[in-house]
Design a protein around this ligand. Sequence first.
Ligand SMILES: [Zn+2]
Length: 49
Amino acid sequence: MDKKVTCSKCQDKKRIMRANGEISPCFDCLIAGRMDQHDKNPKDSGIAI
Ligand SMILES: [Zn+2]
């Protein structure tokens, strides 16, 4: 079964691997504010999503 992802661009990984091997943040998630849950709230990281 296919897993449903919020962002089809990065598959909810919040990062995108470029062709040259560089890792860059997913801009779509960044502007949508989806990065915050993972990167800015370490205290809440135990909450199941
Ligand atoms: Zn994304």
